[in-house]
Design a protein around this ligand. Structure first.
Ligand SMILES: C[S@@+](CC[C@H](N)C(=O)[O-])C[C@H]1O[C@@H](n2cnc3c(N)ncnc32)[C@H](O)[C@@H]1O
Length: 288
């Protein structure tokens, strides 16, 4: 994730928020900008837009568009610095269900009865040590006891660990995407390192042609922050086949209700929650 990633929040009465959202939709220069709109406080009629620009032009474009409407706009930096700090090499290997995630320094210690994933993190997130990654791998391991997933998409791939885990357990298509170009390069290197048939593309959101052409997917991983998980709920739904599964993480336990509501209101059923420390991973199935 880029160090300068920001979230733009606009609050106001429903009619103002909806008019501002319509203006974002109508602006061709903001076509790729991801945002969500939801009711924050029913009693006070406060609606809220959360926008997640991925370029400086989108930041300026969103600010300029929102300034034309009677809404209160704030810009917050997305907390990603801690995540990158987790990507240190030299960490011990991690076991999550059938998966064993290890670095180059543990080459000689891989167990014979696991799906071994050798992950070099470099500047990308995803050594397998973070509670969110472990939660996703455990959720996937559990699903694999009963189901097969032919087509898998990994939104916010980081090192590529999740899509590589899918490719190594029989998924025919394993595609990953990240807004961070160095992560995509590292993920492709890790795919080669693991002889995994997984490919990764640098893209913002799920509307990229290279992502869409392999869909609909049977399983979508998205280990990103809670606000983009909410903002991407419709795109993730459309990327999934009926009956397909979303494994979502990157959210705190305290954010579970908000993320779950965004998906259940779109026809998903919550099947499982996995907790590690303060972090949560959700398994949601598209029912409608
Ligand atoms: C917590 S890391 C997850 C990495 C890996 N999937 C894992 O589970 O270990 C989140 C990744 O999502 C990327 N990201 C954040 N928001 C995104 C978005 N809207 N679209 C695509 N990637 C995003 C970040 O650049 C970062 O690499």
């Amino acid at each position: 994730m880029s160090e300068s990633a920001v979230q733009i929040i606009a609050r106001g009465p429903r009619e103002n928020a909806e008019a501002a959202a319509a203006a974002i939709d109508a602006d061709p220069t903001l076509e790729g900008a991801t945002y969500s709109i939801l009711e924050e406080d029913e009693d006070r009629n406060i609606w809220r837009i959360d926008a997640f620009p991925t370029t400086a032009e989108e930041v300026e474009g969103l600010k300029a568009t929102l300034a034309d409407y009677p809404v209160t706009v704030t810009v917050e930096k997305l907390a990603d610095a801690d995540w990158l700090a987790m990507s240190l090499s030299g960490l011990p290997p991690v076991r999550a269900g059938r998966f064993f995630v290890y670095g180059a320094h543990d080459e000689g210690r891989v167990p014979p009865n696991a799906v071994n994933l050798k992950i070099d993190a470099g500047a990308a997130f995803g050594t397998g040590h973070h509670g969110t990654t472990v939660g996703c791998l455990e959720a996937f391991d559990d699903l694999l006891k009963r189901e097969r997933f032919e087509r898998v998409l990994d939104v916010g791939c980081g090192t590529g660990v999740l899509a590589i885990a899918a490719a190594r357990t029989g998924s025919r298509i394993a595609v990953g995407t990240d807004i961070d170009a160095p992560s995509v390069r590292i993920a492709n290197e890790n795919a080669a390192l693991n002889q995994a048939h997984a490919s990764f593309v640098h893209a913002s959101g799920l509307n990229d042609q290279r992502v869409r052409r392999h869909g609909p997917y049977d399983l979508v991983f998205a280990n990103i922050l809670a606000p983009p998980l909410v903002a991407l709920s419709q795109d993730i739904k459309m990327a999934l086949s009926l009956g397909g599964v979303a494994i979502l993480s990157g959210l705190l336990r305290t954010q579970e209700r908000r993320v779950t509501a965004a998906y259940t209101s779109r026809g998903f059923r919550l099947e499982k929650r996995i907790h590690h420390d303060a972090w949560s991973a959700l398994v949601l199935r598209r029912m409608g």
